[in-house]
Design a protein around this ligand. Structure first.
Ligand SMILES: [Zn+2]
Length: 320
């Protein structure tokens, strides 16, 4: 299994180097992060998951703004683009467009997790009910014993962080996003590489497929790094995962993309943490540390984690 996963990456490397060879080394490959798109999940009429006293959309925005502010200090060379800086609702298509239009090198979506309350039931005894049944055209009165239950819910204790990348089964959509946004990347390295091909040349789609694989590996590495950094500050990590449902923007953005579930708003203890300045600052610090490690791995071409297979394909633990 492992050898199999090396093949596409090796192939990608060979292909990409042969492109640069073909161009006579006329372009310099830009390494690392130039533009990062920060997406605060939900917004406006889309409140996201509710907590006991707060909404996901507000936490996502607060964390996104703190993340951007910290990046400005810690990574001053990186250009930051937000999909929103106020409490507005934008359809996912617009969010993806903003990210693609900004020619992002990375898309980070900030969310909070939520788990449904746990339902319980308990037998409390019998109740006698009177029923009438028809027997030989006669109505007969019957007393029947009916079991009685008490139902109630308790808050779901689920807590911790998760970082998602798009599911591998969505790779084709990612390739399409790259093809559709080609015009936006006219002055980019990718455009230089594809400009030699006819618009519908199969080789071009192969390049997009390979690029998607490269983005997948990069996204997987970053997702694993983010979860690693969360563990270091004592958060419970529910690991990096491939998103099976929802969050269309993850595959609609023509760049590596991750979605960080910063904690469970449905857990009262974590809701308090997510709403606190300390909590929000800590999350921003964790992501910036991860981005610096990611930046280093891009610049030195060392991917810290070998294979995206480390990122388990779903199931998504909760809705979103
Ligand atoms: Zn969400």
């Amino acid at each position: 299994m492992k050898a199999k996963q090396y093949i596409p990456i090796t192939l990608l490397w060979i292909l990409l180097s042969s492109f640069s060879y073909k161009l006579g080394g006329s372009y310099k490959q830009v390494r690392g992060l130039k533009t990062v798109v920060i997406d605060a999940g939900h917004g406006g009429s889309d409140t996201g998951a509710p907590g006991e006293y707060s909404y996901e959309k507000n936490i996502a925005l607060a964390v996104a703004l703190k993340l951007g502010a910290l990046m400005k200090v810690e990574m001053p060379d990186v250009n930051i683009v937000y999909t929103r800086t106020t409490d507005v609702f934008d359809p996912p298509q617009l969010k993806a467009w903003k990210a693609n239009n900004a020619k992002g090198d990375l898309f980070i979506s900030i969310h909070c997790n939520s788990a449904d309350p746990i339902r319980h039931s308990e037998f409390v005894g019998y109740k006698y009910e009177t029923r009438y049944v028809k027997k030989k055209k006669k109505k007969i009165k019957q007393r029947v014993k009916v079991p009685q239950y008490r139902y109630w819910t308790t808050p779901n204790p689920a807590k911790g962080t998760e970082t998602y990348i798009w599911g591998a089964h969505k790779n084709e959509e990612k390739e399409l996003a790259m093809k559709e946004n080609e015009a936006l990347y006219l002055d980019s390295t990718l455009a230089t590489q594809v400009s030699d091909f006819n618009p519908d040349a199969p080789e071009k789609m192969i390049l997009y497929a390979l690029k998607t694989k490269q983005y997948f590996t990069r996204s997987a590495n970053l997702a694993l790094t983010v979860e690693d950094e969360f563990k270091k500050v004592g958060r419970i990590s529910r690991e990096a995962r491939q998103r099976q449902v929802g969050i269309w923007v993850l595959q609609a953005t023509a760049m590596p993309s991750i979605l960080v579930e910063t904690g469970y708003i449905s857990n009262r203890e974590e809701e308090d943490y997510l709403n606190s300045q300390e909590g929000q600052n800590e999350i921003a610090e964790v992501i910036v540390k991860s981005l610096k490690r990611y930046q280093y791995s891009l610049q030195h071409q060392t991917l810290e984690f070998v294979t995206p297979a480390n990122v388990t394909p779903g199931p998504d633990s909760t809705k979103r």
